[in-house]
Ligand binder design. Structure first.
Ligand code: PMP
Length: 378
């Protein structure tokens, strides 16, 4: 008998939305190169430009500010490699920020997050009034919401500070887009990265949103695509899927309280049933779909395998790093004791999670976690 599978790992990648599937299937039959002037080329160009409008609308940016990339990893690397003298990045950034920052050759300053998992403007000001005097061209990299805990950063406050002190600001908004309203214009950040597959579009497509007037060297030179900012024939199928997913996510923004209710129900039931369980990051604002829960005495790796055998996909720390054993850099930066951090699993819900899914999950939790804890005590 095949068990029905429950997918509680939307922060790793979200299941494809039907709207994205339909848009991609239709784009498969469009033979043109968007740069060609003939009818077929113009059809492909129309798909790309419609998607650009859909992605721009999701984050209230101008369509001309959206540059399609191969994903958020590329978008983050593009910004980090922008020839900065100094980069300030929070200690909880995704590896796709940490790696390029380390390789950038810039002076690096790590911003502490403290127990609450949030960077404060005061933490940035500490550097702004000392080291930054000699810092030269300076970039702050601050994610919008964390992929492991869902904790939301005070990006608007940091942007106001950055603007007042002549610093550039990049935000990796991969996990926030489609899960909370985002307003690129009002935020006044310089750049923002987005990823198709976290919203229910395909993987391998994303965008860097670049504020109109911001100076940033082209990522790839060659052809004149993407207004000469990112050369290479456009991934029309991926772009069409990303656009359709962004539009569906925009329409779903009004229903996000349903997701938060489901997540809250999940958390209160887990806490009631599980002595010693800790929900991480409850001190601040979090995405409505994410729970990071640690069960002291159980290791995350074991739990992920047990849940998988019971038909449920969850993750231990970030999916990209779940192959490696060790404590997540995010939870360490928050000062969590290693025995708590080692037991932390991430449950992330999304557009197709139902009430029944949460009830089924809690039944599985009883078997996988509560029964195991009871055996350990007996
Ligand atoms: N930033 C964050 C916060 C992420 O969670 C991810 C995906 N794990 C990325 C960047 C990378 O996105 P992509 O898979 O599109 O390269």
């Amino acid at each position: 008998m095949t068990l029905p599978r429950l997918y509680f790992d939307h922060n790793a990648t979200a299941p494809l939305r039907p709207e994205a599937r339909a848009a991609m299937l239709s784009a498969l039959d469009c033979a043109g190169n968007p740069s060609s002037v003939h009818h077929d080329g113009r059809r492909a160009r129309a798909l790309v430009e419609t998607a650009r409008e859909q992605v721009a609308a999701l984050v209230n940016a101008k369509p001309l500010e959206v540059v399609f990339t191969s994903g958020a990893t590329e978008a983050n690397a593009w910004v980090a490699g922008g020839g900065w003298d100094t980069i300030l990045a929070s200690g909880i950034e995704h590896d796709s920020v940490r790696g390029p920052v380390a390789a950038s050759g810039a002076q690096q300053i790590s911003l502490a997050v403290g127990r609450c998992g949030m960077v404060s403007v005061a933490e940035i000001a500490r550097f702004a009034f000392t080291d930054l005097r000699a810092a030269g061209r300076t970039l702050v990299m601050l994610q919008f919401a964390n992929n492991e805990t869902g904790i939301i950063q005070p990006v608007a406050d940091v942007a106001a500070f950055a603007r007042a002190h002549g610093l550039s600001l990049h935000t990796d908004a991969v996990q926030a887009a489609g899960r909370m309203p985002l307003d690129f214009k009002a935020l006044d950040v310089d750049t923002m990265s987005l990823s198709g597959h976290k919203l229910g579009g395909p993987a391998g497509i994303g965008a860097l949103v670049i504020r109109d007037g911001t100076r940033l060297a082209s990522f790839l030179t060659g052809g004149g695509q993407e207004r000469r900012r990112r050369a290479g024939t456009e991934n029309v199928i991926g772009i069409a899927g990303f656009g359709a997913a962004a539009e569906a996510a925009s329409l779903g923004l009004s229903g996000l309280s349903r997701l938060k209710d489901l997540r809250d129900e999940l958390e209160s039931n887990i806490l009631q049933r599980t002595p010693g369980a800790v929900i991480i990051g409850t001190g601040g604002e979090r995405l409505p779909n994410t729970t990071s829960v640690a069960v002291p005495g159980l290791t995350a790796e074991t739990l992920v395998i047990k849940f998988d055998l019971a038909g449920v996909a969850v993750s231990a720390g970030a999916a990209c790093s779940s192959g490696k054993v060790g404590v997540s850099h995010v939870l360490s930066a928050m000062g969590l004791a290693p025995e708590v951090a080692r037991g932390a699993i991430r449950l992330s819900l999304g557009w197709n999670t139902s009430d029944a899914d949460v009830r089924t999950f809690l039944d599985v939790w009883n078997t996988v976690v509560c029964a195991r804890l009871a055996r350990a005590v007996a």
